[in-house]
Design a binder for this molecule. Structure first.
Ligand SMILES: Cc1cc2nc3c(=O)[nH]c(=O)nc-3n(C[C@H](O)[C@H](O)[C@H](O)COP(=O)(O)O)c2cc1C
Length: 368
């Protein structure tokens, strides 16, 4: 990820995300709303070492309304780099200013969600709704890229129209806390995550329209919007997307139903892809990204339970901090971690009733 950038012939060391230089196949953690929060990404990165992680998707409208929770949802720590912020919406202008905002926060990449099937999102023409309006989808990619360019030319949070003072102050504080290379006005690539079609699979038509806007990468989930999560992901359509992009400046990643490292590598090779994103397969199992997962588990059979405790502790210190503490979102993770060994279902039943990391520790003590 660390590349040398040249400015007027002067070589400077500047870390930035260059999709084309990531080792292939690129294995990334797919964004999952309500799942891949900062604590989750931290543990996935620490134990699974995916090449990329994405935030949960964030609505671009939240910027101008001054949503207090926005910066909480866009929290990340340095260990997660390269970390990509995923955003959604339907008004290009808002993507432009959100891009400036995200660059100021030090994100390594910006990803535009064109795959969410939720009715509340699609009805407004956002998420997978954009598959029906390819011209608007292109405008949005271009607007986000213009935002990055504005920022590279000196724009700051102060230039964002109508940004509430409290957000402005918080972003400045975060920006000042970044180390120098991440404060630098480096190139921040804009990518897209989408599906193979709206009502019917139409990867070739849709991806060729997206390519006109030259995103750095397109991650393709092999289902249509209408399928939501039903049926199996269609990897032939994903391969068609990759073939359509061949020779362009855009990388293509496949996504859908990948369950382990070998499967990911095999699919990338078989379908001509630059990489693969794994979502649900990583739930409670960061080792899904690792070629040596079996060896690690043979050496420490309850490694995942040790990771579960560390996750619960970090969740408590970060996400669930406050009054009252919100430990509830951690419970589903605990259920996912406790699988595949004698007594797992009994342990799981108890874990999903915990309200603190201390309670989790007491339950896991016999195992780790
Ligand atoms: C609970 C949940 C939340 C999701 N949230 C997002 C999201 O915020 N952004 C996005 O692009 N995709 C989201 N997805 C889709 C996943 O990124 C991925 O495309 C899909 O789950 C298929 O991949 P998988 O079979 O590896 O899970 C979500 C999926 C799930 C199950």
């Amino acid at each position: 990820m660390v590349e040398r950038a040249s400015t007027n012939g002067l070589q400077i060391t500047q870390p930035y995300l260059d999709w084309r230089r990531l080792p292939k196949p690129i294995l990334g953690l797919a964004p999952m709303d309500g799942v891949t929060d900062s604590a989750c990404r931290h543990l996935q990165k620490k134990y699974g070492k995916p090449a990329l992680v994405y935030t949960e998707f964030v609505a671009v409208e939240r910027l101008q309304v001054g949503d207090w929770a926005l910066l909480k949802d866009l929290h990340y720590d340095e260990s997660q780099r390269p970390v990509i912020a995923q955003i959604y919406g339907h008004e290009p202008e808002r993507f432009l200013w959100m891009a400036v905002f995200l660059c100021e926060l030090g994100f390594d990449g910006i990803d535009i969600n064109m795959g969410c099937p939720a009715a509340s999102v699609v009805h407004r023409g956002s998420g997978a709704g954009l598959i029906r309006t390819p011209k608007l989808a292109q405008e949005i990619v271009r607007a986000a890229r213009r935002g990055v360019e504005l920022w590279r030319n000196g724009a700051t949070v102060h230039d964002i129209p109508g940004l509430p003072a409290h957000l402005l102050a918080q972003v400045e504080a975060r920006r000042n806390a970044l180390s120098a290379p991440f404060q630098a006005r480096r190139p921040v690539p804009v990518s897209v995550k989408t599906r193979i079609g709206y009502e019917r699979p139409q990867a070739r038509e849709w991806i060729s329209r997206l390519l006109e806007a030259e995103p750095a990468a397109i991650a393709v989930h092999g289902r249509t919007l209408h399928q939501r999560y039903r049926g199996a992901a269609d990897w032939e359509q994903i391969a068609a997307a990759a073939e359509t992009a061949r020779g362009s400046c855009t990388l293509v990643l496949g996504n859908g139903d990948v369950r382990n490292y070998e499967d990911a590598v095999q699919r990338a090779a078989c379908y001509g892809l630059d990489g693969v994103l794994i979502g649900r397969g990583a739930n409670g199992n960061p080792l899904v990204f690792r070629p040596d997962a079996e060896d690690l588990l043979a050496a420490e059979p309850h490694l995942l339970l040790r990771i579960a405790l560390e996750h619960a502790q970090l969740h408590e210190e970060t996400i669930s901090k406050g009054h009252p503490p919100r430990f509830l979102p951690m419970r589903k993770h605990l259920g996912w971690y406790a699988r595949g060994f004698p007594g797992a279902s009994y342990l799981r039943r108890n874990l999903v009733q915990t309200s603190s990391a201390a309670e989790v520790e007491a339950l896991l003590a016999p195992y780790i």
